[in-house]
Design a protein around this ligand. Structure first.
Ligand code: JHZ
Length: 412
């Protein structure tokens, strides 16, 4: 089974669901293709965002089987230097606040990818254990000396791990939204976490998604799009409590949420303040989402208009970064090789392959700086705008420009 449809909200089980955004039938955003497979028919699945009108969780209900999505994976944390820097500081902060004074502490990470974050905890002297479903990626982590269980976290696996391992800190970054059964996830966390331990996780923040029109972060891997209010409900239902939250800049706007078993930590005032702010923003109003959807359709039109204009000016346009979200944008806007010659990306696993749907070749990052003035780099990895512009300073000095697609097309 590759695909199934749900008719209930993932958090509150309500069936009062409304379609908000339809991005069409799309291939999987990370299913890059080998040259010899280009003629084969690609698997495509509906990509639609629904809103639960009871608890206001924004979510996908067309679910692609996780085995199919994650068993073999191409995204490597270590390929994006800014995220590695972010993780270094992350580990340091958690260590100083929660781990430094503990005896022989263990940190468990759910969805640990190539072990980039655990590596940092390890350097600080803590014991670490990763849980990662992608076979190829878990192997990379294990080879680098980060003990990694190659599995999806299920209650059965959690039971097995918890016989010898109880963590004082569990971390989970950009994985909460990937998990369909959030109730089971919370049961696993409860089992694996010491009573006085903390559960820290980062999720892309719903308010940023709406405000900055980050519609391309909607893809089959991302099943839920969280506000702090919706996370509070999930935590409370599972006898956990959110005691702190910190906004982060990564991935276009993220929240780092600190939770623990009830009554262990005094909640900071900011938690309720942010939830109030979300309500004032209109997170619980259908109109907010309708406007978002209309703005996305407008963005599509203006992007195509801008690309056509650049082509008319005889610019050579190539994609910069081949993130999963880039493929959503390209497929939704129907931007193929007519516009983009190729895409450059730092991930060795993606280089030499072709993008799903649009079949644009992915190459290592090598830019002909001297041809700057004729070139436009379409910044698909827009979340790294600052870092990439700094890195490609010479290209811009020679007249090259970046086209940043969201929240509106911008040449910089
Ligand atoms: P990036 C990932 O999504 C994966 P993606 C995942 N699905 C998730 O949940 C989100 O993050 C949050 C390249 N690059 O991280 C590397 C350069 O070429 O924005 C990556 O292929 N040069 C788990 O894939 C891509 O861009 C650079 O200088 O949508 C970035 O992918 C840098 C910094 C990156 O997200």
């Amino acid at each position: 089974m590759k695909f199934y449809k749900k008719n209930k909200c993932r958090i509150c089980s309500s069936q009062n669901l409304e379609l908000i955004l339809d991005l069409g039938e799309q291939p999987l955003a990370n299913a890059f293709i080998k040259k010899e497979d280009l003629e084969k028919v690609e698997n495509k699945f509906p990509l639609r965002l629904f809103l639960c009108k009871n608890c206001f969780l924004l979510q996908l209900l067309d679910i692609v089987d996780k085995e199919f999505l994650f068993k073999q994976y191409l995204y490597l944390t270590s390929a994006s230097k800014p995220i590695v820097t972010h993780f270094k500081k992350y580990a340091c902060d958690i260590y100083h606040e929660f781990l430094m004074k503990k005896d022989n502490p263990l940190v468990i990470e759910i969805g640990s990818n190539d072990g980039s974050l655990l590596q940092e905890f390890k350097k600080l002297g803590t014991n670490v254990l990763g849980i990662e479903p992608a076979k190829n990626i878990a192997k990379i982590a294990n080879d680098l000396g980060i003990p990694t269980e190659n599995a999806f976290l299920t209650y059965k696996i959690a039971k097995k791990i918890s016989i010898d391992n109880k963590a004082i800190v569990i971390v989970a970054n950009n994985v909460f939204g990937h998990i369909d059964d959030l109730q089971e996830l919370m049961k696993c966390v409860k089992l694996l976490l010491k009573d006085e331990g903390i559960f820290v996780f980062e999720v892309p923040y719903l308010l940023d998604l709406i405000q900055k029109l980050e519609f391309d972060t909607v893809y089959h891997e991302h099943l839920s799009y969280f506000s702090l209010g919706s996370l509070k409900k999930l935590m409370t239902d599972n006898e956990f409590e959110i005691f702190n939250v910190k906004k982060q800049k990564v991935h276009g706007g993220t929240i780092r949420v600190f939770a623990a078993k009830k009554n262990n930590f005094k909640p900071r005032k900011y938690v309720e303040e942010l939830i109030d702010y979300e309500e004032k923003f209109g997170i619980n109003k259908l109109e907010t989402y309708k406007k978002f959807s209309d703005d996305v359709s407008r963005l599509k039109k203006s992007l195509i208009k801008e690309l056509k204009k650049l082509k008319k000016e005889k610019k050579i346009i190539f994609g910069y970064g081949a993130p999963a979200k880039g493929n959503v944008l390209l497929n939704y806007c129907n931007i193929g090789t007519k516009f983009l010659d190729h895409i450059v990306d730092t991930t060795p696993l993606k280089q030499g392959l072709y993008t799903p749907g649009m079949h644009i070749p992915v190459k290592p990052v090598k830019i002909l700086v001297e041809k700057g003035s004729q070139q436009v780099a379409f910044l698909l990895a827009w979340n790294y705008e600052k870092e990439i512009l700094e890195k490609e300073n010479q290209f811009r000095k020679n007249g090259g420009r970046f086209l940043v697609p969201i929240p509106f097309p911008r040449l910089v």
